[in-house]
Each structure stands twice: as C-alpha cells, then as structure tokens.
Design a binder for this molecule. Structure first.
Ligand code: ZN
Length: 235
C-alpha cells in the first residue's frame, strides 16, 4: 500500500468513493475537511469474521487497522494477505496476547518479533503500529518499543455485549471526528455490527480508514515513544 500523505486540497471523498477504493487510488479522494474515523480490530485474524469485515469495508470503500495476535497470524496467513490486499493496515498485538508490563523486556521483544515474523512471512512487511494488549504499557516500554503505540478513545465493548445492535449504537451515539474505534474481529456479532454501522457512518459523511491513514490525513506524524488514542485536526 502506498504511504498516505496529507493533502490540503483535492476532490471530494463523497463524490469519489462510490467508484474507487481510496487506498489504491490517490489521496485526492479524501476530503481532509470532512470527518474521519479509524476502525481498529484486535485479537484476530479470524478466517470467517475478519473476511466478513473486509468485505463490508471494501464494499464501502473503507479501511481499518487489524492488530493481530501472532499465534493467529501464523495459523491464518491467507487472512493476513486478504487484509493487506484490501488496503488495510496490520498492527502488532503480541504473539500470545501478553501483558507487556508484567514480563521482561526480552520476553516482550520476543512477543513482538515473533508476530512480525508471522506477518512478514505472509505479506512481506512488518507491522506498522503496535497496540499492547489491555492497553497496558509504562514509560520504559513506550520508550523501548520500535513501533508507535496506538490505543483508542471509543470503546465499543463488543467483547462484553456480543450484541451487534448495541455495538453499533455505542459507535453511533458517541462518534466524533478523529476517533479511534476499538473492536475485535473474532466475534460474529462484531462482524454483524460492522455491516450495520458502516453504511450509517457513511451517510453521516464519515470517512472510515486505518490509523496510519487517518494520522496522515490529519497531518500527524506517528512518532516512536508516543501513545495515540485519537487524532484531532486542531491539536
Ligand atoms: Zn486484545
């Protein structure tokens, strides 16, 4: 996927996105003045639900970031390839969903590297961003990690409710421009929720993208040693 770059002018996303997938075309498809959100999915890949979510995203010219667990990544290389070829981003969620603050740095590094090896074997590239499981990190970890840390600010609590309409309502009732939305692509109910919510967000003018795309379109450079929960244009 081409690295997205910020644009200050260009075509209107809403005009174009019925016809083209913006990740594979040019940045002029995005209206940087229209609202954006990043969708993120943790704990997969999952052959069935990840693929369903990708189908919905692709049909709606949208992208997301998938924070994969290395042990699943090893099992499902074809799903990783499908994520990449849909123009979506693959992030690191450790090999075994480890709490990185309760293990040694050497162990943490192995958790991350092993995931990168599985991802690289499937798509020929490492992960670009990292989400520590449970959102657990400390300053030492933050300074040592070799990928920017991405958290979230809109928690759908999909793992708890397992209720598609509730998950969709959680997003629609509080979504704001620049939000990073937390979901998990291992549940049927989350794949169902994505089918409900994506067309509604599009009706409201939202452009749904990966974390790195949204950062770029908001003019933010993701830096090492920082943790990001949202991207606001005015900050
Ligand atoms: Zn997780």
């Amino acid at each position: 996927m081409e690295e997205a770059t910020p644009v200050t002018s260009g075509g209107t996303f809403l005009t174009y996105y019925r016809f083209r997938s913006f990740g594979e075309s040019n940045p002029d498809d995005i209206d940087v003045n229209a609202p954006m959100i990043a969708f993120t999915f943790d704990d997969g890949p999952n052959p069935e639900n990840t693929e369903r979510i990708l189908k919905t995203l692709t049909e709606n010219y949208s992208h997301a970031t998938f924070f994969v667990v290395g042990s699943n990544a090893e099992k499902y290389p074809d799903t990783l390839k499908a994520i990449a070829s849909a123009g979506c981003e693959i992030g690191n969620h450790t090999y075994g969903h480890a709490n990185l603050t309760s293990i040694s740095w050497e162990e943490a590094q192995e958790q991350i590297d092993k995931t990168n090896r599985a991802v690289n074997k499937a798509i020929g590239e490492d992960t670009t961003v990292i989400r520590p499981p449970y959102g657990a990190y400390d300053d030492n970890l933050l300074n040592a990690l070799q990928e920017p840390v991405v958290l979230w600010d809109l928690d759908t609590e999909d793992w708890d409710s397992r209720d598609a309409q509730k998950i969709a309502d959680n997003i629609l009732s509080s979504v704001k421009d620049g939000d990073i939305v937390l979901m998990h692509d291992i549940y049927d109910s989350t794949a169902d929720a994505v089918e409900i919510v994506v067309p509604k967000l599009k009706e409201q003018g939202y452009q749904i993208m990966s974390v790195s795309e949204m950062a770029a379109y908001k003019g933010k450079e993701l830096e090492l040693g920082k943790a990001y929960g949202k991207f606001k244009s005015e900050e």
